[in-house]
Design a protein around this ligand. Structure first.
Ligand SMILES: [Zn+2]
Ligand SMILES: [Zn+2]
Length: 262
């Protein structure tokens, strides 16, 4: 462990002494108690835009009233443009609103790494709403997080998607490998970029770690991330994995943001 991440860890431990993580709502920070489901207070539990209604059958994001069919605008546009996404199916537990944003920001930027495990629990319960526990345990050969670039990892001290994925995989009794993929370079923010520009921005940003190459052929892989936005990232990773023979690549995110064309 580097000196920097060690100091960060001690800092987080000290923070836990002042603000015991179980006592505060992970969304609004109000005092609650650790018996609360997902450590959310009543208000935040109600305000979270849980993905319980109609969902896109491809990417899993919540459908809106203007989506007449079984797919979101983005997925149906992709079909029309001829670009076929490389991933097979997506799942998201909530729509990306103010509540989901607060929780994700607390995890990523607020020193609340403990939230990763709680999000893992939410992901697991969400999957159990569609599959039996035994079925889920046999669905994937490996669960892996979307990797962050080494510079970001150094700054933050952890990969938030890895914490979420670990929490999910241990409950789902699935094999978890946080080192399957490497992010070879950073990318510019996707906001404001068109579909082609987004694909170009992320192209070549991920590689499979050399030692994992033999494991990919024929594998069913589940990618984990905090938020699914344009889908370009999971699409790119899925394409790399499929090029190396992966049989199936799905993704599971805590939140899905608005409707965009990949
Ligand atoms: Zn709250
Ligand atoms: Zn979709």
């Amino acid at each position: 462990m580097s000196k920097e991440s060690w100091l960060k860890r001690i800092g987080n431990e000290m923070l836990d002494l002042v603000y015991p993580p179980g006592l505060y709502c992970i969304c609004c920070g109000k005092i609650t108690d650790d018996s609360r489901t997902y450590r959310l207070c009543n208000d935040c539990m109600r305000s979270m835009n849980w993905n319980t209604g109609r969902r896109c059958k491809k990417c899993g994001r919540p459908l809106v009233d203007t989506d007449p069919g079984e797919m979101c605008f983005g997925c149906s546009q992709r079909d029309a443009s001829g670009h076929q996404p490389s991933f097979d199916k997506g799942h998201a537990c909530a729509g990306y609103g103010a509540c989901a944003q607060s929780v994700i920001f607390a995890l990523k930027y607020g020193g609340r790494s403990d939230i990763g495990d709680t999000l893992g629990e939410i992901l697991y319960d969400f999957m159990l709403s569609g599959y039996e526990a035994d079925e889920l345990a046999g669905m994937y050969d490996v669960v892996t997080p979307v990797p962050v670039h080494a510079d970001k990892l150094k700054k933050r001290g952890f990969n938030h998607a890895e914490l979420i994925g670990r929490g999910f995989a241990k409950r789902a009794c699935l094999c978890f490998d946080p080192g399957l993929l490497i992010r070879t370079r950073g990318t510019v923010p996707m906001k404001g970029l068109g579909p082609e520009e987004r694909r170009a921005n992320i192209r070549g940003a991920f590689e499979i770690r050399n030692s994992r190459h033999p494991k990919i052929k024929g594998s069913r892989i589940l990618l984990i991330d905090d938020i699914f936005t344009t889908g370009s990232t999971v699409d790119e990773i899925a394409s790399v994995l499929k090029c190396h023979g992966a049989a199936r690549v799905d993704f599971l995110a805590f939140a899905a943001a608005g409707n965009m064309v990949i």
